[in-house]
Design a protein around this ligand. Structure first.
Ligand SMILES: [Zn+2]
Length: 132
């Protein structure tokens, strides 16, 4: 499908289940492209990069926002398993010997770490396997 007249810019991005205006594929990471007349089109990231490249106005901001949204979603998805892991980690020693000697636990370690999906996965792995 054709887009309207130039110039084009990205005015929003979000996570959804929609069809890409360009290729018709089901897309989860949606970039909302606006044409020169203010009409908007949901477009997938692959098509945005293929058609306009990363130079399209608003791409960097949208890309940053989308990454943050995806990270939030991963954190929410891991929340239950992470909280269960923390209970088991409270019975395991801190991975650093110095803090372990002071009675700190692996749960203390992860409570100190920045809460990210990557750290949550590490905590879940450690609680399940006992390995760092
Ligand atoms: Zn597409």
């Amino acid at each position: 499908m054709n887009f309207g007249i130039a110039p084009y810019k990205i005015v929003n991005c979000y996570i959804a289940n929609e069809s890409c205006t360009h290729c018709g594929t089901l897309i989860v990471n949606v970039y909302l492209v606006e044409d020169g007349e203010g009409k908007t089109y949901p477009v997938g990231s692959g098509c945005v990069k293929h058609i306009w490249g990363k130079e399209i106005k608003g791409f960097r901001e949208a890309d940053r926002k989308l990454k943050a949204l995806l990270e939030e979603r991963k954190i929410a998805q891991n929340e239950e398993a992470y909280n269960a892991a923390l209970i088991r980690l409270a019975a395991m020693p801190h991975p650093n010997g110095y803090f372990a000697d002071q009675g700190k636990t692996a749960a203390d370690y992860f409570n100190f770490c920045r809460k990210s999906s990557a750290n949550m996965r590490k905590a879940i792995f450690m609680a399940n396997t006992g390995a760092c």
